[in-house]
Ligand binder design. Structure first.
Ligand SMILES: [Zn+2]
Length: 324
């Protein structure tokens, strides 16, 4: 029997531009209580943290969980320097940078706190609670609005000099004249092909450059979800879109494999919902481009974390990493 006064739980907090969600998480990844507060609308950052403390305290009380059971805080936030816990230059947050996030959390909650950006937090979430349990080498690719990534090598998250290691979404994978312009100011980045926006761009080009029949031709505006839905219904153009996406992903993953020799690539994010539609093309392209010494060593899988709770679990895993 566990002693209920033992500090065995982690508070996971995910700070988004609009909403902040939090959860009290146990070692198995079960969320015992969760809540949220708006990120905006507080007089300042100090009041925001005070209000967050209040909201967490109420949730704990309502769930009958003694505060003493909290061991640490993990927080997922954009543009956070993982070494200092300071947010630097996050344009989507309502406070002026630099924001001393983990120091403030520790001061108010009286607990050790650690922060990671979303992609790294997601990778730690997989390590502690998800598909990567027991795995020491994997690369997580988040295919969302952009492409985020995190590299786990020899059981450790690679951070690099300023905590920016693993920006694989901005690895340049196309150099030709038609290489797509990227939000980073360069051309041909992986993100421009395999993010939600990239997939939409591919579909739009197929619509204008080919005669492939498609329900999507009737849409005024299309998004990645529409293309996924169309693929489910066997739409030829949607399926072709994901074949192209898989082709590019497979080539990129073959390149990434030479760098850290992962045993798996784990896919997360909106576009990963369409995994079954790009998986085959991805594997084929991967095998075609892979250096032979890695043959048969790498698998591809989807994240196993429940999507609605993944941000909280990733944040909690970040806190668990610091508590241990
Ligand atoms: Zn880029």
């Amino acid at each position: 029997m566990k002693n209920s006064s033992k500090a065995d739980l982690t508070l996971g907090i995910d700070i988004g531009g609009t909403n902040t969600v939090f959860g009290i998480v146990d070692d198995n990844g079960d969320i015992l209580a969760k809540g949220n507060i708006p990120t905006t609308g507080h007089p300042g950052f100090t009041e925001y943290i005070d209000n967050l403390y209040e909201a967490v305290s109420i949730k704990l009380r309502d769930a009958g969980i003694p505060y003493e059971r909290l061991a640490a805080i993990g927080v997922g936030a954009p543009c956070i320097n993982t070494r200092t816990g300071v947010i630097e230059g996050a344009v989507d947050l309502p406070w002026e940078s630099p924001i001393p996030l983990t120091d403030r959390l520790t001061a108010v909650f009286g607990l050790p706190a650690a922060g990671e950006n979303d992609a790294n937090a997601a990778a730690l979430g997989e390590m502690y609670y998800g598909a990567a349990r027991g795995m020491d080498n994997y690369i997580m690719l988040t295919l969302g609005t952009g492409v985020g990534s995190a590299i786990i090598c020899d059981g450790r998250l690679l951070r690099g000099k300023r905590g920016l290691a693993g920006e694989l979404g901005h690895a340049i994978i196309r150099h030709d004249q038609q290489a797509r312009p990227c939000s980073c100011g360069r051309k041909g980045c992986l993100e421009t092909y395999t993010s939600a926006r990239g997939v939409v761009e591919t579909a739009k080009r197929l619509i204008s450059d080919t005669d492939t029949p498609s329900i999507l031709r009737n849409f005024d505006e299309i998004n990645a979800k529409d293309i996924g839905e169309a693929a489910k219904n066997g739409d030829p153009l949607a399926l072709a879109t994901f074949r192209i996406t898989g082709d590019i992903l497979g080539e990129a993953c073959a390149n990434f494999t030479t760098f850290s020799s992962p045993e798996a690539f784990i896919f997360f994010g909106g576009v990963a919902h369409s995994f079954p539609f790009f998986e085959e093309a991805m594997r084929r392209s991967f095998n075609r481009h892979l250096l032979w010494v890695y043959d048969g060593q790498v698998s591809f899988m989807r994240s196993s974390l429940p999507e609605a709770d993944a941000a909280i679990l990733g944040a909690a895993a970040t806190g668990r990493a610091v508590a241990m």
